[in-house]
Design a protein around this ligand. Structure first.
Ligand code: SPD
Length: 283
């Protein structure tokens, strides 16, 4: 590994981290998995040269993909996580008194590498008897799953390149809607309205063709170097912008970013992003 790990966002933007030491480099059947130590972010995971998460800032992403959705409905029981092989999303979901969390991760090597070299991200989730881990294709899993199976579906994927590309597809969102219970919610990482503007806009548009309610929310993820990152919560009935009472409970007290106040603030859509959606409506 060179001294600097460089992530290319596009032909005009690069983000570089000083890499102190390569910890693991594995070529799986799906992607190149790299773990390295950085002075700025601690231990870092990258897939196909795209930064995924780091010990130092992972809490922003994993808390925001989980808690706005989990606190949007009363008593979520069955949760499906598609992707999420580093375990961080499962860790946050399992803070809630859910009965069953099904993780469907396509790449067994991501799970193995993260358990070995980034164990704190999944933490106790890996031993929690409520977590069932399936190494399988999330798209095929969603297609085959019975209707009305889950209260919450979380899509914790990468950017839409390589194995993650079909996860931004409208047909796939349709399958998610079918396997959700009528009160259910779908939470996904939905990229940056600033640096991946067209992708952010088209993702909102696709979600809105499938779900009645789609609400983006925003927070920083310093590792993604775009100023702001987004997640979206989609449903056919629920308005997730106000957390239910259990969201203020002690189970979420150890969170480092999420609070009920942050939840409410995160769903405020800044005018520049709102205009992107309105333009999409007019198109
Ligand atoms: N630009 C990178 C987006 C990656 C989103 N997924 C991160 C996975 C963390 N569990």
């Amino acid at each position: 590994m060179s001294l600097w790990f460089e992530e290319n966002w596009n032909n005009t933007v690069r983000f570089a981290l000083r890499a102190e030491r390569t910890v693991a480099r594995v070529q799986s059947p799906f992607q190149r998995i790299e773990v390295f130590d950085s002075a700025a972010f601690g231990r870092v995971l990258a897939l196909d040269s795209i930064l995924m998460t780091s010990e130092r800032d992972e809490f922003f992403y994993h808390e925001m993909i989980a808690h706005p959705a989990l606190t949007a409905i009363d008593a979520p029981r069955d949760v499906l996580i598609i992707g999420g092989g580093d375990g961080g999303t499962a860790r946050e979901v399992l803070r809630h008194p859910v009965e069953r969390v099904t993780m469907v991760e396509i790449d067994a090597a991501v799970i193995e590498v993260c358990k070995a070299h980034l164990p704190a991200i999944g933490g106790a989730a890996w031993q929690d008897p409520r977590l069932e881990v399936n190494v399988a294709d999330g798209i095929a899993f969603a297609k085959a799953a019975a209707p009305d199976s889950f209260d919450v579906v979380i899509l914790d994927g990468a950017d839409p390149v390589g194995p993650s590309a079909p996860l931004f597809n409208e047909a796939f969102y349709g399958d998610i809607r079918r396997i959700l219970r009528p009160h259910g919610v779908f939470s996904l990482q939905s990229e940056s309205p600033m640096l991946t503007t067209e992708l952010w806009r088209s993702t909102q548009l696709r979600l809105r063709r499938v779900f009645r309610n789609v609400y983006p929310c925003f927070a920083p993820v310093p590792l993604y170097s775009t100023g702001v990152w987004s997640w979206s919560v989609a449903s056919d009935g629920v308005d997730p912008r106000r957390p239910r009472a259990h969201g203020a409970g002690t189970a979420l007290a150890p969170c480092k970013y999420y609070t009920p106040d942050i939840h409410r603030a995160a769903f405020l859509v800044p005018p520049y992003a709102q205009r992107l959606i309105e333009t999409a409506d007019a198109a």
